[in-house]
Design a protein around this ligand. Structure first.
Ligand SMILES: [Zn+2]
Length: 303
């Protein structure tokens, strides 16, 4: 059913305007997620507009492109996707336009051995690469080359802004390592709703558990809740974390179930997983969101 709606929506945009000449935007980049939009904005001059389809707090796993999104896609000359199937069907449509548009997947800079594989995700790859700042730094290095090729007239400023951003990311990575290392080793367990933190776990030496698997679209049942409650009690996990893109209901139920069995696990706060925070939060940039997460985790787990 989802497929049919999408095809109708896309078809009406594509075929309804079949005879109109589409004027593509040559000084604008279309990005998909809010995280990606912020990263690209840090790399290009203000004259180049960066337009992202998904706003802050938007769950990319459940995102359904609207007809107006497809108008933006049709008008865009330059499109950057996060990649590794995060954008689902929309990615297939956009990647099908390679040749008539310049399309890049941000994650394409990663080598096969840097990508975390899992049967839990549609194409066997975990798409949540932004949770490892070093992976983002690598992808930014590669994207810089593409951006300079796309906008040669702005090459100097793209180069200098990207260089400064790459330096910032290196600094950010060291800063959060310091914050995360304040947590005693036995407490370095992060329990969340969906499995967004595997790259984080690998990079910063934490263990992660979730209720739902890699995608927020996955179902979970009583068995999953019970297994997670067993794990929390057995490992004496001090706190569990809700996420900015997922309802906190399920984890609150996990907390109650722990309490019923005599174990008082705290809600450690909200992590920004697959989207930036709102404009008035400290997490409205990629750097801000990563720092906010590290502080939330450290505060909740270090005691
Ligand atoms: Zn996710």
């Amino acid at each position: 059913m989802k497929k049919i709606i999408l095809l109708i929506a896309f078809g009406s945009v594509l075929f309804g305007c079949k005879n109109d000449a589409v004027e593509t935007k040559s000084n604008s980049i279309l990005t998909t997620t809010s995280i990606l939009g912020d990263i690209v904005r840090n790399m290009v001059p203000e004259e180049i507009e960066v337009f992202n389809l998904m706003g802050p707090g938007t769950d990319p796993h459940l995102y359904k492109a609207s007809p107006s999104d497809y108008v933006h896609i049709r008008e865009a000359q330059y499109i950057i996707l996060s990649g590794l199937h995060l954008e689902g069907k929309m990615a297939e449509v956009i990647l099908g336009m390679e040749g008539e548009k310049e399309v890049r997947e941000f994650a394409s800079a990663m080598s096969a051995d840097q990508i975390i594989n899992s049967d839990g995700f549609s194409d066997g790859h975990d798409p949540h690469i932004w949770m490892d700042v070093e992976m983002v730094r690598l992808c930014v290095l590669r994207l810089r080359t593409d951006l300079i090729k796309w906008f040669p007239e702005h090459s100097q400023i793209i180069n200098s802004k990207s260089e400064a951003y790459i330096t910032n990311l290196g600094r950010l990575n060291r800063e959060i390592l310091g914050i995360l290392n304040e947590v005693p080793e036995e407490n370095r367990i992060i329990v969340t709703s969906h499995d967004a933190l595997n790259y984080f776990a690998r990079a910063y030496q934490y263990e992660v558990r979730s209720l739902q698997g890699f995608s927020t679209a996955a179902d979970f049942g009583l068995k999953d809740v019970t297994a997670l409650v067993d794990f929390i009690i057995e490992r004496k996990v001090p706190a569990i974390f809700v996420e900015n893109i997922v309802s906190d209901q399920a984890l609150k139920a996990v907390q109650s179930a722990c309490l019923e069995r005599g174990f008082d696990v705290q809600l450690g706060g909200s992590l920004y997983t697959d989207a930036l925070g709102m404009e008035d939060s400290k997490a409205h940039t990629y750097e801000g969101m990563i720092r906010a997460n590290a502080l939330t985790i450290s505060q909740a787990l270090k005691n």
